[in-house]
Design a protein around this ligand. Structure first.
Ligand SMILES: *Cc1c(COP(=O)(O)O)cnc(C)c1O
Length: 403
């Protein structure tokens, strides 16, 4: 059998896989730490980290080991029976992030859906909103996933077009604008869902004080503050949760992505007993949610974040990356922003879009993906060394100097 080339794989994928993505033309076959290799044996630095799912680096040996050992023992029981991993995962996650209860799911979108369901039910049962009237407020520029309910409040026309009718009960307000939140809250408002740093929106960091103001408003009006930390959480921004930067504790937090170190889809909602206590047996569930394989992978992924001090690393390396990039004198760059190892290079309109810069980076062995049209997002695995980062900065600086 002839070995398949990059073009062969692309042709097969284009033929048999729905065209719901437009990936760079690189076909990856192996990964280790911050590095990935394509089918032709070319090596690249991964500066996207699967949208922060591989914060711990590709194929982290400890997570792989935990997964393989568990896969030999027991992978799935369904939640109709109990397993010996879920209780330990639940305890360790709650203790780590400082919440009373958790509810495990698989994808990030499912965690968001779970948070929305909990919020609505809390609105009716605890806050006393009249039946069917609960409202949830979300922000422009958000990304919370792809289900029909979630795209109901997506600001991206393309995410919604052709998929209606939508779910009622959601309102959009400008991101980073606490005054708009105050004006949008009504007696029927059950929750406010937001990202403490918007990832897909282009690595948008709100003004200092925003999270604290949101906390105050939610307290004043008895509204649940729901932080979607699926991308910003678990070390990416230099703290365990991005909300920790303002010492703010949301009522509900959604986690995913790096919760499994990229090894397996694992997501969760953490909150108080008052909130997650609204679920009774049969109200909500998932065949794979909380399965032993997922739980052991997540337990090890969380342990790696702590043992390797990945939050501190992200803070230190992130500050360095941001300052080095801000010093690049490129005619194409409008500004460089970010927090921790979560950095967006915002290009000027005349630069002709971020994609051509990402393609040029690919040729130099750096994989990055544009977000929106004009932002190059850089988010390497948090295990990156200074030497590796210096090399990446050199490639990015050179590319930003092209015509
Ligand atoms: C990626 C992401 C999601 C959705 O996660 P999936 O696993 O793709 O369903 C939700 N919220 C945020 C902030 C994300 O970045």
């Amino acid at each position: 059998m002839n070995k398949k080339s990059t073009q062969d794989y692309i042709a097969l994928e284009n033929e048999y896989n729905a065209h719901n993505y437009k990936p760079l033309d690189v076909v990856l076959a192996r990964g280790e730490g911050v590095w990935v290799w394509d089918v032709e044996g070319r090596k690249y630095m991964d500066c996207l980290s699967a949208y922060s799912a591989v914060n711990q680096g590709h194929c982290h040996p400890r997570i792989v080991q935990a997964m393989v050992d568990q896969a030999r023992k027991l992978a799935l029981t369904s939640r109709a029976f109990r397993n010996d991993q879920l209780p330990l995962f639940a305890k360790e996650l709650c203790e780590l992030v400082g919440y009373e209860m958790m509810l495990p799911m698989n994808s990030g979108a499912e965690a968001v859906e779970t948070a929305l369901k909990a919020t609505r039910k809390w609105g009716y049962e605890v806050k006393g909103v009249a039946d069917g009237q609960a409202e949830i407020i979300a922000c422009t520029g958000n990304f919370h996933g792809r289900t029909i309910t979630i795209i109901t409040f997506s600001p991206e026309e393309q995410y919604r077009e052709g998929f209606g009718p939508f779910t009622p009960g959601f309102k959009l307000i400008p991101y980073g604008d606490a005054g708009a939140l105050e004006r949008a809250i009504t007696p029927n408002t059950a929750g406010f869902i937001f990202e403490p740093v918007q990832g897909e929106g282009g690595v948008i960091v709100p003004q200092a004080g925003y999270l604290q103001r949101v906390r105050q408003l939610c307290d004043e009006h008895n509204v649940l503050m729901i932080a979607d930390e699926i991308q910003s959480g678990l070390g990416r921004t230099g703290k365990l949760l991005a909300c920790d930067h303002e010492n703010v504790r949301p009522d509900v937090v959604t986690l995913g992505k790096a919760l499994s170190g990229g090894m397996y889809p694992v997501s969760a909602v953490v909150a108080s007993k008052e909130v997650l206590g609204v679920f009774n047996p049969g109200d909500h569930g998932s065949t794979f949610g909380g399965n032993p394989l997922a739980c052991i992978v997540a337990r090890e992924a969380l342990q790696v974040i702590q043992d390797e001090k990945l939050c501190e690393r992200a803070a230190e390396m992130g500050d360095y990356l941001l300052s080095r990039l801000q010093a690049v004198d490129s005619p194409h760059v409008k500004l460089v922003r970010g927090k921790g190892l979560f950095v967006g290079i915002v290009l000027k309109y005349e630069a002709g879009g971020a994609r051509r810069f990402c393609e040029a980076l690919q040729e130099r062995g750096v994989l990055a993906k544009e977000t929106h049209e004009h932002v190059i997002r850089l988010a390497p695995p948090l295990v990156i060394t200074q030497e590796e980062l210096d090399w990446a900065i050199e490639q990015v600086s050179d590319v930003l100097m092209m015509d």
